[in-house]
Design a protein around this ligand. Structure first.
Ligand code: C2E
Ligand code: CA
Ligand code: CA
Length: 552
């Protein structure tokens, strides 16, 4: 009931097109009805003439002061000299009676009309503010929704292009919100004057614009135009700032709502970033991909601590003696619906959430418990744990590491933390300080995937480290590719010059092993020795290897 009353109210307050005609007819009908009431009620003296205020007020509401004045006057004249005061007694109205009434009807019509005019412009102003982004003065998402509805485009074919501005998070942190607002404004002015006929731009959020594109427009051409119009460099407070743009396209399908199309275009923009593509078009799989990601994050939060999530261990071998020095803990998740999920995939996902800290605490606890068990059984293995950058920002993760180690009586030298170069890249100073305090306790630090990051050499003197793990991409190719061979050879030399241990990961063949031994690489890890396996298998593998060594 309330929505019906509201829409009738809105139709009278803001009549559009055909509604204007119907509300005029309604008002005239009510005037006629009131006239009939007065006439057949016996005259102005006997009938209730104030009923005329109904059409007068309605006219004021619908057609502002002009409407109020006209219907006020019309009503005053209808109840003018020709309308008897008492029809039965054949008594006419005195002049002052109908003149005063005419005056009041007109006055009330005018006042109501003017009042409504003021109210309407206030409401329109509020609505405009709600639908417009104050920084760029472009419509916002609500504004786009409103536009599509008002222009009757809901059922037409169209496309949405989302233009995501990269690096803004870092800029806001470094230079503040005002700088980001300035960049958004500059983009808006680079974009809008030239796009008018091609697309309709809106500001989606603090990091992205969206373009509404009519069906018959050439979408790749619009993107090309944008790429041409928007510069990658902005000067803010005399500082040159570099940004990149990811474009995602979604076409309206069947009964998609505009918000669905925008959501799909956003997913496509994320995809274009993931694949470093100039732009990406939304495809059905993208939806299932992002839903699957959401499900994986949810499911993992319930899986930590249960048997579906397990640690496997891969041995690290001393290349001079062939002894097993230690193991690296690598996670394995057997998802009930999707099967085995590679650690790269789910670690990347949860790195964007706080779950990574709970996960790492679980990993520390399980791995250290296992190592303590091995130590008790006389197997003095070292354990390598992979850490994410995010873990260094939550002190409780490191507390968990220290407390568990102490409780289980594991010597600190038996623990090695592996950090990847990419993880370090974003804040080397903070990470260096944290790693230094860790290393002071006796725990060892390794740089994982050495050689793949951008500042490998810088890390060697900025980070307090014990080991470099040469990435398997170089080990894979060092036999056949002379550049890869030179890189591995130099990495080993460099490690030794700096008093560090060199570990080769991904050793898959005897040829590779021989070469690594020849150049003096300290340790090796890879399928040639053993694949990652459960703790139980690893224990059996070690005793089998030892008894074989004893025989030979
Ligand atoms: P990573 O730390 O570089 O681990 C080495 C990866 O190479 C492992 O893959 C291992 O199974 C694989 N590998 C070892 N030897 C060979 C070989 O000879 N040939 C080939 N082709 N591959 C080999 P996995 O277990 O799939 O792990 C992938 C990545 O996931 C790891 O790379 C690590 O970055 C991450 N990860 C795994 N577990 C954890 C964890 O508990 N925490 C964190 N933060 N990351 C983890
Ligand atoms: Ca590792
Ligand atoms: Ca690695």
């Amino acid at each position: 009931m309330a929505p019906i009353l509201f829409s009738i109210g809105m139709a009278f307050l803001f009549p559009k097109g055909f509604q204007k005609l119907t509300s005029s007819l309604w008002i005239l009908f009510i005037v006629l009805a009131c006239t009939a009431v007065v006439f057949f009620g016996g005259g102005t003296k006997l009938a209730y003439t104030h009923a005329f205020y109904i059409p007068i007020v309605l006219a004021g509401i619908s057609f502002n002061s002009v409407g109020g004045l006209i219907i006020g006057m019309l009503s005053g004249f209808i109840l003018g000299p020709w309308m008897p005061a008492d029809i039965a007694a054949n008594q006419m109205q005195p002049l002052e009676s109908w003149v005063v009434r005419l005056f009041f009807f007109t006055l009330i019509g005018g006042i109501v009309g003017y009042g409504c005019q003021v109210l309407k412009s206030f409401l329109l102003e509020v609505k405009k503010k709600l639908l417009t982004d104050p920084i760029t003065e472009l419509p916002n998402l609500k504004g786009l929704e409103d536009l599509v509805e008002r222009q009757g485009l809901t059922n037409r074919k169209y496309a949405i292009v989302v233009l995501h501005v990269d690096h803004l998070k870092y800029i806001v942190r470094a230079l503040g919100q005002a700088s980001v607002e300035e960049i958004l404004r500059q983009i808006r002015y680079q974009l809008t004057p030239h796009l008018n006929s091609l697309a309709f731009p809106i500001l989606l959020d603090q990091e992205s614009f969206a373009l509404f594109i009519y069906q018959d427009t050439d979408v790749p051409k619009v993107i090309e135009t944008c790429r041409h119009l928007i510069k990658n460099e902005f000067i803010i407070e005399s500082i040159p700032i570099f940004t990149e743009f990811n474009y995602g396209v979604a076409f309206k399908e069947a009964d998609d709502h505009i918000l669905d199309v925008v959501r799909k275009a956003k997913l496509a923009a994320e995809k274009s970033k993931r694949f470093s593509a100039p732009y990406s078009i939304f495809q059905k799989e993208d939806d299932s991909y992002s839903k699957r990601n959401l499900q994986l994050i949810h499911d993992l939060s319930h899986t930590i601590g249960n048997k579906k999530l397990q640690l496997f261990y891969q041995p690290k071998i001393d290349l001079k003696t062939g002894a097993i020095i230690g193991v690296e803990a690598l996670s394995r998740w057997n998802h009930p619906q999707f099967g085995a999920i590679p650690p790269n995939e789910f670690i990347n996902l949860i790195e964007g959430t706080l779950l990574i800290n709970n996960y790492t605490k679980w990993m520390i606890h399980s791995a250290l418990k296992q190592v303590s068990q091995w130590h008790k059984n006389g197997l003095k293995l070292q354990i390598a744990l992979n850490f994410s950058m995010k873990n260094f920002y939550d002190p409780s993760v490191l507390q968990e590491l220290h407390a568990t180690r102490r409780n289980l009586g594991i010597p600190p030298e038996s623990i090695e933390i592996e950090v990847t170069e990419n993880a370090v890249a974003s804040n080397i100073k903070t990470v260096a300080d944290i790693l230094a305090t860790l290393r002071d306790t006796g725990i060892k630090i390794a740089v994982d995937d050495f050689g793949t990051g951008q500042s490998s050499l810088q890390y060697l003197f900025e980070l307090p480290i014990d080991t470099i793990k040469i990435d398997k991409i170089f080990i894979d190719q060092m036999i056949t590719n002379s550049a890869a061979e030179a890189i591995v050879r130099s990495a080993v030399l460099l490690a030794h010059e700096l008093n560090l241990q060199a570990v080769a990961e991904g050793v898959e063949s005897e040829k590779e092993l021989r070469f690594l031994q020849k150049i003096g690489c300290d340790q090796g890890q890879g399928y040639f020795f053993a694949k990652p396996m459960t703790a139980e298998f690893l224990t059996q593998w070690i005793s089998a290897r030892e008894s074989q060594n004893a025989k030979s």
